[in-house]
Design a protein around this ligand. Structure first.
Ligand code: GRF
Length: 214
């Protein structure tokens, strides 16, 4: 992917990561958010998109026969908007293998922990329960597991005195709001690829922070 990128963003909640994408990459360097979807019709993320004139749609599970049907309809809508990359930005649903097959190596997620530590729900609470002193954020490709796909970018955050989620979340969100747009910019300019010798690993273009020589 290079020379522009059409994005679909999926979000279930407040949509602060969507806002960071709208403010930081949308409409720049050929990157366009062309669709914002949710499983929750009332998600604030949808209003943020509507305010920017971006088409939105909600696909609640309760309105479909099952997850396969829901993800089929969602994938159809996203593909119909011409999206080339799907960004899960606080999307609190697992996507089906059939959905992933529709967008091969083109679904990414932001997770509020340094994976592979603390996958799944309530990652910050999991980390606090373990008494960690270093928190962090991971942006990764989505595969069929829970937060197990190849890692694109990670950033650590030292908070040795954190005891409560509120001691961590504001700083962690600020990191997410930088790291997710950065990953999108890198993908848009073709600087991210899966290592042909090791599909668990992502190669970043030499010269980018963390860039690897092939
Ligand atoms: C973020 O912390 C993200 O890492 C997690 O859900 C949260 C979503 O926040 N998966 P927002 O809706 O983008 O404000």
């Amino acid at each position: 992917m290079s020379g522009g990128l059409r994005l679909a963003v999926l979000a279930s909640g407040a949509g602060s990561n969507l806002q960071a994408i709208l403010d930081g990459v949308h409409g720049r360097d050929g990157i366009e958010v062309v669709a914002v979807g949710s499983d929750k019709p009332g998600a604030a993320a949808l209003s943020r998109a509507q305010q920017r004139g971006i088409p939105t749609a909600a696909f609640p599970l309760a309105e479909q026969a099952d997850r396969a049907a829901r993800d089929g309809a969602l994938a159809e809508w996203i593909a119909g908007r011409g999206a080339q990359l799907v960004v899960l930005a606080g999307y609190m649903q697992l996507v089906t293998p059939a959905f992933l097959a529709r967008f091969p190596h083109a679904v990414i997620n932001v997770h509020p922990a340094l994976l592979p530590a603390f996958p799944g729900l309530r990652a910050v609470e999991q980390a606090l329960a373990c008494g960690v002193r270093v928190f962090g954020v991971t942006v990764h490709f989505v595969d069929e597991g829970v937060d197990t796909g190849p890692i694109i970018l990670q950033r650590a955050l030292e908070l040795p005195y954190a005891r409560e989620p509120d001691d961590v979340l504001p700083a962690l969100h600020a990191v997410e709001h930088e790291l997710l747009p950065e990953a999108i910019r890198l993908i848009a300019r073709g600087a991210v690829r899966i290592d042909p010798a090791d599909p668990r690993r992502v190669l970043l273009e030499p010269g980018t922070a963390g860039g690897t020589s092939p």
